[in-house]
Design a protein around this ligand. Structure first.
Ligand SMILES: [Zn+2]
Length: 120
């Protein structure tokens, strides 16, 4: 079994060990185990990491896009409400999926976990 690259399993939202089993049941809900190789996903602890990256990336893109829409194209206020009110949540969910899957793959690959004073 070849181990998939971190970015490949992150982009496809697949298991970090086999690269085949899906990570999520719906949009962002984690599965218990990998349906292909049986990897237990209990080790997953991404915390607030995906949200922080998504906020920074989306904030930059949306504020930049709103400024361009306002000053270059003269979009009215209701256009901003429609455009950014729909686009921002959709892009946020999509971005969260990819970032969360990538961080899970990085955690698995680097065996990242909380620090301990004693060895197991
Ligand atoms: Zn797997």
């Amino acid at each position: 079994m070849t181990i998939p690259s971190v970015y490949e399993s992150g982009f496809k939202c697949r298991c970090p060990r086999c690269g085949k089993g899906p990570l999520f049941t719906q949009v962002l809900n984690m599965r218990e185990t990998c349906s292909n190789c049986g990897l237990d996903y209990k080790f997953v602890d991404t915390g607030d990491g995906p949200a922080v990256f998504a906020i920074f990336i989306l904030g930059f893109l949306c504020v930049g896009g709103a400024l361009i829409a306002e000053f270059k194209f003269g979009v009215p206020w209701w256009g901003h409400v429609l455009l950014w009110g729909i686009l921002t949540p959709l892009a946020g969910v999509l971005l969260l999926r990819f970032i969360k899957a990538t961080l899970i793959a990085l955690q698995y690959r680097n065996k990242a976990e909380e620090g301990r004073l004693e060895r197991k």
